[in-house]
Design a protein around this ligand. Structure first.
Ligand SMILES: Cc1cc2nc3c(=O)[nH]c(=O)nc-3n(C[C@H](O)[C@H](O)[C@H](O)COP(=O)(O)O)c2cc1C
Length: 450
């Protein structure tokens, strides 16, 4: 599947609005996207055919609904869950190791590049300015590919990329990301790190790049094993890297040792502008693209926002891995509004207080949770898919000794409810009510007539 074939399918399914009026990538386009996402069921995908100042088209609101996101994988939620369960159980190790082994067993094809080089400059690429306080334009769905200079292991991550000057891009990857490790290694050897930004390839790669996969797990393999699709690569022209042969645009470049730049302000998912002083700086060495390329974008900012759907897929993956590895975990939910903060509620099966302490220690080693702003543990009598219920239970159990601080985050242990004292219906009444057929009328009874 390519971005184009996906859009074509959405057009057939009547899930794309083609916008033929000229729209500016400077604030206007993001504002249109926000309104579309807030319409019924997350709105349609948007194809902006006339983007001011460029011949490049823009595809947006691709993740507006979970169903659309799942259709990028050609799976429904049940089948995706089943596939993940099969992958993480296909081995004798823990879930992550089994998954990694399955992903890395995938073979990849190579083909000759079929691209135009250097027709476009960075200035022609309609990166977005989404909020008035932003001073630079951003690529919001650039999949960043790099390779460890030592191990040769490659990584694909989704990080925001700011076009800070012609030929220069600030890449905001976190210090704990895989590419940060690659850069550190390259800089220790006083070498530049080759980088390729992939814009608009197989849509399954959006999730693969944003998913919390461990170092050494191939994101391409992950997308391939989930979708059953294969990937074909072609070599980059100016960097010792490969990129998907069907990508709409590939920006090649390198980060020279010590090259850093100020990045921001950027309107992010906390609802505030953020800035970074020491953002790694990529120097562009070539741009290759398809004829009349389409740039995929997402609008980042305060929730609700469509890209949170990606975080909800991460939640599904994490839940399945925890259920496999940690028998005490009954369920896990990451509330939509705070999923990007790693906030998670974990339902815990009946166990002793010591077992809960061990469980907390274990959860803190899980890479997606160890930087969580807030981790809440509740007993599994609560339906944690209703956050109000989790919050209600948490408040009922709250006491200073139940709150653990961990670096930047908090853990609240709200487990240990006395299950014998729970106010619940008795089974006899439940059975009686469920089996009886009540006669129901909306007419006022005679004794209530005025
Ligand atoms: C829309 C979107 C934007 C993101 N922006 C960033 C970012 O700017 N920096 C970052 O470190 N992670 C960002 N992430 C999260 C990473 O994609 C995610 O942590 C991924 O697992 C990183 O891969 P890595 O572990 O290989 O570095 C973003 C995720 C999404 C969905």
């Amino acid at each position: 599947m390519t971005l184009r074939s996906f859009l074509r399918q959405l057009l057939i399914d009547n899930q794309v609005k083609r916008i033929t009026t000229e729209v500016s990538p400077d604030l206007e386009l993001a504002a249109v996207c926000r309104r579309e996402f807030l319409s019924a069921s997350g709105g349609d995908a948007l194809l902006f055919e006339q983007v001011k100042g460029t011949s490049v088209q823009i595809a947006a609101n691709l993740f507006g609904s979970k169903a659309r996101l799942l259709s990028m994988l050609e799976l429904n939620e049940k089948d995706l869950t089943r596939k993940i369960r099969t992958l993480i159980a296909a081995g004798e190790h823990d879930a992550l190791t089994n998954l990694t082994n399955a992903c890395n067993a995938c073979s990849m094809d190579f083909s000759e590049p079929q691209y135009q080089y250097e027709q476009l400059t960075l200035g022609d690429i309609p990166a977005l300015r989404s909020w008035p306080g932003e001073r630079t334009r951003y690529l919001t769905l650039a999949l960043t590919h790099s390779v460890s200079p030592v191990t040769g292991v490659s990584n694909l991550g989704l990080y925001r990329a700011a076009l800070v000057a012609e030929g220069k891009i600030a890449l905001n990857f976190a210090p704990c990301s895989d590419i940060a490790e690659h850069l550190k290694t390259a800089e220790l050897r006083n070498e530049s790190l080759p980088v390729a930004l992939i814009l608009g390839a197989d849509p399954a790669l959006f999730w693969a790049a944003a998913a919390p996969l461990p170092t050494g797990c191939s994101e391409y393999g992950f997308a391939a094993v989930l979708t059953g699709r294969s990937f074909t690569f072609s070599p980059c022209l100016t960097q010792p890297l490969v990129a998907p042969a069907n990508a709409e645009i590939v920006i090649e470049g390198e980060i020279k040792p010590g090259a850093r730049v100020k990045e921001g302000p950027f309107g992010n998912h906390t609802g505030q502008y953020v800035e970074r002083e020491d953002c790694p700086l990529m120097e562009v060495t070539a741009i290759r693209h398809r004829h009349q390329p389409i740039l995929p974008v997402t609008v980042v900012g305060p929730p609700p926002s469509e890209n949170v759907q990606l975080a909800k897929l991460n939640e599904l993956l994490l839940r399945e891995m925890l259920l496999f590895d940690v028998p005490l975990v009954a369920d896990l939910v990451m509330p939509k509004m705070t999923a990007f903060h790693g906030v998670a509620v974990v339902a815990v099966r009946p166990c002793s207080a010591t077992a809960v302490t061990d469980l907390i220690r274990r959860l803190r080693t899980v890479s997606s949770l160890n930087r969580s702003r807030l981790l809440i543990l509740v007993d599994d009598d609560i339906n944690i898919h209703d956050f109000n219920l989790s919050w209600w239970r948490t408040l009922n159990m709250l006491a200073p000794e139940r709150v653990i601080t961990t670096g930047k985050g908090l853990i609240i242990n709200a487990t240990g409810i006395d299950r014998d004292q729970l106010v619940t219906e008795d089974r006899t009444t439940t059975a009686l009510v469920e089996n009886r057929h009540y006669q129901i009328s909306k007419e006022a009874p005679e004794n209530l007539q005025p």
